[in-house]
Design a protein. Sequence first.
Length: 495
Amino acid sequence: MSAAGGPDVEYVEARRGAYADSVTLLQVTRRVADTPGVRGALVAMATDLNLDLARGMGFSVPESAGPNDLLIAVRAEDEAALAAAKDAVLAALTAPAGATAAPTDVPPATTASALRREPADLVLVSVPGPSAFAEAADALDAGCDVMIFSDNVPVEQEVALKRRALSEGRLVMGPDCGTAVVGGIGLGFANAVGPGPVGLVAASGTGAQQLMSLLDEAGVGISACLGVGGRDLSAAVGGLATVSALDLLDADPATELVVVVSKPPAQEVADRVREHADRLRTPVVLGLLGEGQPDLTALAASVLQRLDRPAPEWPRWTPRSVADPRPGSLRGLYSGGTLCDEAMLLAAGSLGRVLSNIPLRPDWRLDRTLRSPGNLMIDFGDDDLTRGRPHPMIDGSLRAERLLAEADDPTAAVALLDVVLGYGAAADPAADVAAAIAKACAAGLRVLVALVGTAGDPQNREEQAGRLVDAGAEVFASNAQAARAAVSLVAGARE
């Protein structure tokens, strides 16, 4: 404990060997931050990202802290408030006392023991990445298909699991499979959509959500969405799960048209998938993002044309008045990697080089600071930025902080971000960023938002759009339309 300027006092601890999942720690941080007299709080695993965040909040972080430690950092106005905050941390992290559960009520410790107790056809694995392989292997041992929600799983483990699944007639979705719809049930981050003739194979979570949302706007539902993980169409994985998923949907009588949606794939893998699709009975539309390829909104229009359905006017919500953008660069702050890829592809065609942590070209990579005076786009859902933190579709605080920093940067003219609705996402994602949007707009930054979701999503799309518009943002249901509008504003401000 040490003085931290004025009357404030702070407490920082790196608790060795302690662990809690990132969503739990987010809830703990919010509970502690709401304690009267607390001026700042962070309870998180001591990853490099979280240590940098703590330092940015002004905390003195122990040099010995590492990713296997639980970081507790609290600043309060006085000793009494600090003591109350520490009590709140302890209460939140400690399971309530109670009678010992009967043996039959003890939760199973492993996937294997759970399946012995209750057989299943599909297992969803959501554990820290280093532990996911064993749980997925247990599921395959039991003859189940697997959805691996976990990220930070080594690629060689992904390949081993998918090769085994292919040999056994099973499907491994993931790792880092954020979205699936199976048997009408949404898994992970999924939107409220009805049944219909379109089956999706998605090497992209938010790309699938964008496509599902646009199709839903046109009154078209889906038979299934089989996520395969963002690396499946890489050269290292070779499309193993994509081929399996295509075969499953080809055999499904409810599927009349299959759509493959992916972030930019390896060319040789894309060719292999195309050749396999040509051999199927069910027609397949390939939506593989890349230079010169259709964007996701154009893909939706193409699918509707194949179904003899007209494409509607995609929704857009605008404030009553907006200021002209100041001269400067484009800053994309995304939670969805594929949406970020799509926006970068559209921006690079007009603005040239766009730096990123998931760059379109190797020499366009941002350095570790993720800062640049030029055009840039950051995928805050990338594995490196979610170690020890909830996904930004659950917790928008990191993006809100970055948006405020961009507002203070005179080289930034326009900010572009996504807000993704659906099951699994934050209950009120607009609330996470609305205050930052309002401050950014007041500072002269133009803010555009791609609002990905359906009218039936639990967050209420119209209310979310209204909250964002009230904060000063221009809101689009189409990420491609939002990106084009942002690029036009930046280009226009240069003239």
